[in-house]
Structures are given as structure tokens and as C-alpha cells.
Design a protein around this ligand. Structure first.
Ligand SMILES: [Zn+2]
Length: 57
């Protein structure tokens, strides 16, 4: 696994470089990690220019 050399976002969330990476992370969430019902959405962050995942209830 290679780590992105991106610095963290002021929000403290994990920063994804682009929408594709964010969506792949979403799929990884549902596959490998804890399956949650609340869907997560990828959105572009205006603070760091990256992408984050948000969970909606
Ligand atoms: Zn950000």
C-alpha cells in the first residue's frame, strides 16, 4: 500500500485526491470494513481541494 503524500485537511478527515479515489474508498468501506446502512457520499472539499466522505443518516 502506498500512502498519498497529501497533507491532512483542516477538517481532520481523510483526504482523497480525487473523486475516483473517494468512490473507491466508499466501495472498500462496504466490502471490507463494517457494513453500515447509512450511505456515504463523496464530496469535494473547499478547504484542501481534496475529496472526503460524509455519512448521512
Ligand atoms: Zn478537505
Amino acid at each position: 500500500m502506498k500512502r498519498p503524500r497529501a497533507r491532512r485537511c483542516p477538517t481532520g478527515k481523510f483526504r482523497h485526491p480525487d473523486e475516483t479515489a473517494a468512490r473507491m474508498a466508499l466501495q472498500g468501506y462496504h466490502r471490507g470494513r463494517r457494513p453500515r446502512r447509512g450511505e456515504q457520499t463523496a464530496y469535494a472539499c473547499t478547504s484542501c481541494g481534496g475529496w472526503h466522505l460524509t455519512s448521512e443518516r
